[in-house]
Design a protein around this ligand. Sequence first.
Ligand code: ADP
Ligand code: MG
Length: 617
Amino acid sequence: MINLLNRETIDKIAAGEVIERPDSVVKELLENSIDSGAKSISIEIREGGTGLIRVTDNGCGIEKEDIPKAFLRHATSKLSEASDLFRIHTMGFRGEALASISGVSEVEMITREQGSMFGYRYRISGGRELDLTEIGAPEGTTVIARNLFYNVPARKKFLKSKQTETSHITDMVEKEALSHPEISFRLTADGRNQLHTAGSGKLLDVIYTIYGREISENLIPVEHSREGITVRGYIGKPVIARAKRDFEVYFVNRRYVRSSIVEKAVEDAYHPFMMLHRFPFVLLNIETDPERVDVNVHPKKMEVRFSDNEGIYQAVYETVSNALMGRELITEVKPEPEKSEKPSMGISSLPVEKERKAEPFEEKKERYEQQSLLLKTAPLPSEIPSELPVLSDRAPETGYQKAPKGAEEKQPENPGKKFLDPASLPSFRMIGQLFETYWLIEFSDKLYIIDQHAAHEKVNYERMMAAFRKKQPESQMILPPIFLTLSAGEALLLQKNLQLFQDLGYEIDENGDRDFLVRAVPSNLYSIASKELLLEILDGLSEERGSNLPPDLLRDRIATMSCKAAVKGNNYLSREEMEALIQELLTLENPYACPHGRPTIISMSKYELDKKFKRIV
Ligand code: ADP
Ligand code: MG
């Protein structure tokens, strides 16, 4: 016998697809509120959302005749034909959220249309309409869903603990808040405040509220357009890298999504700056023609597909990479915080934002910097290391000649002149070496401290990788060759990756199962090449679970370890060698961190020193 399912059953089945857990209810209701034009949305949940979910907005409201319609399956005011499906700008569009939610809980909607005299209360439970009555209410809409899944015990069983469901909901509300800084969101769970954003329209305010000071102080704003794709947001400096990917947050046309192609582009761009197994903080919104995006692949609308993967990859990669390369990533050493000078949000280290007014203390700092620069005299010619050629024929510009503009427009800290610019080299003043490890350099209004080992390693590594890319590894024959007898595991690792070693300048012959002859090594290892050294490098590889890494990462590891060994082996650096090294460091694309991700350079400004010594208050 063939049965026709009744409406209740159909609703329950369909609801199961859209409504997996309490956070999907909250998400749908939130998105409806966002679509309604609300400026303020408050969410209350109890017992992880299973007891109660209440979402209140001050949006457009719903007129009386439309209220029951809103709960019909495929009822939507946002779409009228199939062709519209590809031109979606609003958040929700399937027209089934309210139907689904009311199929699996007891729903009450209180709504009053903007400008209307009357408000209404509508109740519907398990898909069955109860009543629609007139009621006094503020303009906007409140939807309450109680006893979620009360009629679907099977699904209720699959729910996690109340705390877990609460944290899913919190995560999700945070994502909505991040993609809608102009809306104020408030979330309470069992009476406790979980989140409250101001709705100021500034993304950085929302980031500060959610992620706190450390993160918001270490961000670089980005904006970049390429072939109809605009990428905007904030990316974290490598110092705030995390062990997990949770801090990579992506939106496409302001919708929170997962996208492996975006992830790949971001991580590839960060690769030279990151230690292994570390992930950046990144918050990006990608704007593109909705027709080029398919968000309809999953009912929860999370994993997104692009019609132009290549374009998306390029746009995202360029955005992140340009920002990381172009900016001085030198960590600044700051004096202990003093309460009086704390800006309300720690953004003093962020580059200029046109809209942002300088904090009062920043204006003071700026004035100070401008004054101190007027007093600064050019370095004496004798202080300029004569053997260092000017690497650019551009006259060293100070960038300070321009009269300061109004206080509204903040000047970059060091406009037009960066430490890590070969053109700056002639104005360096090498002070000397400290603790046989650090080199001190005065430049502009800052003291720069270079870690000799880290810098050496970095230069070595870049040289090696550049030679590799040119397919001309710098290799030196060693005579007699080094004879290696390896453990079975080591032998396997080496056999599998022989090509990678060769790419970098090693020449290794297999000589039976576990014996190898090393005939040549990368030239920076020439003076120290030994059996122990090679075993150490192999050891390092197996420790890194080397065999599981993709080849390019593995090649990187080999290069890194080789360079580390080379630096360890040649400990002493004369002043001349150091000067040459710094000079070479400055020509690199990414001089800021050694291949391990340790910084090569840190800085301390004259201003900070003056503060420390209380020359200024
Ligand atoms: P969809 O959002 O996909 O259109 P829903 O079932 O979520 O489908 O909502 C159905 C309709 O109800 C919406 O198209 C909208 O017209 C109306 N609606 C739902 N929630 C609200 C709200 N908070 N404010 C104003 N209108 C709403
Ligand atoms: Mg909806």
